[in-house]
Design a protein around this ligand. Structure first.
Ligand code: NAD
Ligand code: LMR
Length: 338
C-alpha cells in the first residue's frame, strides 16, 4: 500500500471476509466526485444506508481525508477511497450503482449550460471507465447540465457497445423535492404528504411541475400556479444567488440524491412499486430523452408512464420545455460524435 486509502481497505479485510462468508446482502456503490460539495454529504448519507455493503469514494482531490473521516462511522458499509485518474478503474470494478456528482457548479449569473465545456469532458471520461469496468451498473448522473450530460453518457456507452438505456438515469429528484416543499408551504401541509410530478428536464423552463396532478388532489389559483412554477424552475438559481459565489445546492442535493439512489437500490433488490421522476431515454414525447415518472425494477427503468392529462398552462409549458431540451440533447450527442 502506498497511501492511506489502500491501508483503509486492508484494515477492513477481516471484517469483509466475515461478511463474504455470511453471504451478506448489500450493494456496491461508487460515488465519483465524492470529495465535493455534494459528494461529501452524499457519501455520509450512503454510509448510513443499510442496503450498501461497499462504498467506493472517488475524486481527483481530497479522497484520503473524506474516506478516513467517513470510514469511522459505525454503520455496515465498508468504505474505500480512490484518488486520481489512475485509480478510476479500481474504484469502478464490480459496482452495482455509480452516482456521479463530479464537475464544476454554477456561480451567480451563469446558466447550467455554461458548465458544459468543463463538465462534458469529465462525464465522458468517467462514463468510459464505467463501460470498461462495470458496464452493467446503474448510473445516477447528477453533473450539470443534466439535459446534455445524460445524452453524452448514452453516446459514450453506445460507442463502447455497453448501452442499456434502462440503467442510465439523470437525477431530477431535487426538482421533485423542491416542488413538494414549496407546494406543501402553499397548501399548509407536511411536505412528506405531498407528491408533485416534475417532468421535462433539469434547467429553467425545461423543469415542468405538473401542478394539476399533485397528490393529495388540490387546486391552485392562477397566481399560485405561476408563483409555484417559477419558484420550482428557479430553485437552483435561488441557492446559487444565496451562496453568492460559493457554489450551488449541495446539502439538499445530497438529500435528493440519496432519496433517488435508495429508490434504485430497493428496485434492484426486487421491491415492487418503486416509482420516481428521472431524466431517461424515453418515447413519452418526440425527444430521445425526457424526465417523467418511471417505474424502477431489477433492470433499472422498467416502465415509463405517460404524462397524463395536462391543463392549458402545462401544455404551453411543455412546448417551451421541449424546444429548449431539443437543443441541449443535440449538443450532448454531437459532443461525443466529435
Ligand atoms: P464541487 O465543485 O463542490 O464538487 C465537485 C467535485 O468533483 C470536486 O470534488 C472535484 O474535485 C470533482 N471532480 C472534478 N473533476 C473530476 C473528475 N474528472 N473525476 C472525479 N471528480 C472530479 O461541486 P458540487 O457542488 O458538488 O456540484 C457538482 C455538480 O453537480 C455540478 O455540476 C453541479 O452543477 C451539479 N448539480 C446537479 C444537481 C442536480 O439536481 N442534478 C444539483 C446540484 C448540483
Ligand atoms: C440545482 O438545481 O440546484 C442544480 O442544478 C445546481 C444549479 O446550478 O442550480
Amino acid at each position: 500500500p502506498t497511501n492511506n486509502l489502500q491501508m483503509e481497505g486492508s484494515s477492513n479485510l477481516r471484517w469483509e471476509n466475515c461478511r463474504a462468508k455470511g453471504g451478506s446482502p448489500g450493494f456496491k456503490v461508487a460515488i465519483l466526485g465524492a470529495a465535493g460539495g455534494i459528494g461529501q454529504p452524499l457519501a455520509m448519507l450512503m454510509k448510513m444506508n443499510p442496503l450498501v455493503s461497499l462504498l467506493h469514494l472517488y475524486d481527483v482531490v481530497n479522497t484520503p481525508g473524506v474516506t478516513a473521516d467517513i470510514s469511522h462511522m459505525d454503520t455496515g458499509a465498508v468504505v474505500r477511497g480512490f484518488l486520481g485518474q489512475q485509480q478510476l478503474e479500481d474504484a469502478l470494478t464490480g459496482m452495482d450503482l455509480v452516482i456521479i456528482p463530479a464537475g464544476v457548479p454554477r456561480k451567480p449569473g451563469m446558466t447550467r449550460d455554461d458548465l458544459f465545456n468543463i463538465n462534458a469532458g469529465i462525464v465522458r471520461t468517467l462514463c468510459e471507465g464505467i463501460s470498461k469496468c462495470c458496464p452493467k451498473a446503474t448510473v445516477n448522473l447528477i453533473s450539470n447540465p443534466v439535459n446534455s450530460t445524460v445524452p453524452i453518457a448514452a453516446e459514450v456507452f453506445k460507442k463502447a457497445g455497453t448501452y442499456d438505456p434502462r440503467r442510465l438515469l439523470g437525477v431530477t429528484m431535487l426538482d421533485v423535492v423542491r416542488a413538494n416543499t414549496f407546494v406543501a408551504e402553499v397548501l399548509g401541509l407536511d411536505p412528506r404528504d405531498v407528491d408533485v410530478p416534475v417532468v421535462g428536464g433539469h434547467a429553467g423552463v425545461t423543469i415542468l411541475p405538473l401542478l394539476s396532478q399533485v397528490k393529495p388532489p388540490c387546486s391552485f389559483t392562477q397566481e399560485e400556479t405561476e408563483y409555484l412554477t417559477s419558484r420550482i424552475q428557479n430553485g437552483g438559481t435561488e441557492v446559487v444567488e444565496a451562496k453568492a459565489g460559493a457554489g450551488s445546492a449541495t446539502l439538499s442535493m445530497a438529500y435528493a440524491a440519496v432519496k433517488f439512489a435508495d429508490a434504485c437500490l430497493h428496485a434492484l433488490r426486487g421491491d415492487a412499486g418503486v416509482i420516481e421522476c428521472a431524466f431517461v431515454s424515453s418515447q413519452v414525447t418526440e425527444l430521445p430523452f425526457f424526465a417523467s415518472r418511471v417505474r424502477l425494477g431489477r433492470n433499472g427503468v422498467e416502465e415509463i408512464y405517460p404524462l397524463g392529462p395536462l391543463n392549458e398552462y402545462e401544455r404551453v409549458g411543455l412546448e417551451k420545455a421541449k424546444k429548449e431540451l431539443a437543443g441541449s440533447i443535440e449538443k450532448g450527442i454531437s459532443f461525443v460524435g466529435k
